[in-house]
Design a protein around this ligand. Structure first.
Ligand code: PHE
Length: 339
């Protein structure tokens, strides 16, 4: 019986040692310590022993039972720990991993510059208007003193949608729209896209952007025009910037002027951006032609005004030193991400 007991103990210890998981351990526990287990069977056989041997063997069986129980408990605890660790590893949500970053959009350089221009003019009391990109020929040309066959139409090769309707070639038709629909006085700017049938190159695009400006009130004179534009350019390019008004021609303003600012790159010394002149042409402007006012139902004997139109793309490329206008319209985020 003693041998049998030792054999059971040895077998159980080996089984415990090589058990792979807690299920196997549970089976061993039942097989050895259970009610129908090996040790219980031995205890039953104790009755066959002599009175002297019975307690001795009984104690041995108990000792082995305790030893095996302790072994099983320890192994089970150990296994539970490992199984938990393995599960945690397998199901882990590693909160220390960097998250998937969401790519944030940002403002297009044209929008940034447009915003700056808008803020400067809002600061001077201007409203911001909008007008349609598909426009009546009447508003785009006729009501701006550009009748059919007028040579000024040649400078604005036009995309026609159909007879009398076109892609606006400038933002000036918004002058007409505003004078027709708004009450006086008027102080507005209007940024927007314009279209001309130009071939694409580093400085031309069939679609580009302008910002129109219009002021109509009693007693507006050329001094107001100069003051407002000089102030705008100094705010935009810096207070050290000088402006220069040259005579110009637009059918809808009289007198008309082209305005230059000292080159933002070389500050007047001359560089390749200003083609060595030290000046950069910024915008066209003039006093609103009396016949335009009249055409919009405004009495030119009582009211006068000035208007201007600036090229947003040009201001933007100069401001950021962008050498090719096409970059603005290609939508390449490697380029656009730099602003
Ligand atoms: N619309 C003119 C252009 O596109 C610019 C301009 C606007 C000139 C307003 C004078 C007054 O060339």
């Amino acid at each position: 019986m003693e041998q049998k007991l030792q054999a059971i103990a040895l077998e159980a210890k080996n089984a415990i040692g090589s058990a792979q998981n807690s299920d196997e351990l549970g089976q061993i526990r039942v097989k050895v310590l259970g009610r129908k287990g090996d040790l219980t069977a031995i205890l039953r056989e104790l009755g066959k022993l002599s009175k002297e041997l019975r307690p001795v063997m009984g104690q041995k069986v108990n000792e082995i039972r305790e030893e095996l129980t302790a072994l099983l408990d320890a192994k089970e605890a150990d296994m539970a720990k490992h199984e938990l660790a393995a599960r945690l590893e397998a199901e882990a949500l590693d909160v220390t991993l960097p998250g998937e970053s969401v790519k944030r959009g940002r403002l297009h350089p044209l929008s940034i510059v447009q915003g700056e221009i808008r803020d400067i003019f809002i600061g001077m009391g201007f409203d911001v208007k909008e007008g349609p990109e598909i426009e009546y020929e009447r508003y785009n040309f006729e009501m701006l003193n550009i009748p059919e066959n007028h040579p000024a139409r040649d400078m604005q090769d036009t995309f026609y949608i159909r007879d009398g309707i076109l892609m606006r070639t400038h933002t000036s038709p918004v002058q007409v729209r505003t004078m027709l629909s708004e009450s006086l006085p008027i102080r507005m700017i209007c940024p927007g896209r314009v279209y001309r049938s130009d071939d694409v190159d580093a400085t031309h695009s069939p679609m580009f952007h302008q910002v129109e400006g219009l002021v109509v009130d009693k007693g507006i004179c050329f001094g107001d025009l100069k003051g407002v534009l000089d102030e705008f350019i100094k705010k935009f390019y810096g207070s050290g910037t000088k402006t220069r008004f040259r005579p110009g021609y637009f059918p809808f303003t009289e007198p008309s002027a082209e305005v230059d600012a000292t080159c933002a790159i070389c500050h007047g010394k001359g560089c390749n951006v200003c083609k060595g002149t030290g000046w950069i042409e910024i915008l066209g402007c003039g006093m609103v032609h009396p016949s335009i006012l009249e055409g919009c139902g405004i009495d030119p004997e009582v009211y006068s005004g000035f208007a201007f139109g600036l090229g947003l793309d040009r201001l933007t490329t100069i401001k950021y030193g962008i050498t090719d206008i096409r970059l603005l319209f290609e939508g390449d985020t490697r380029f656009l991400g730099q602003f």
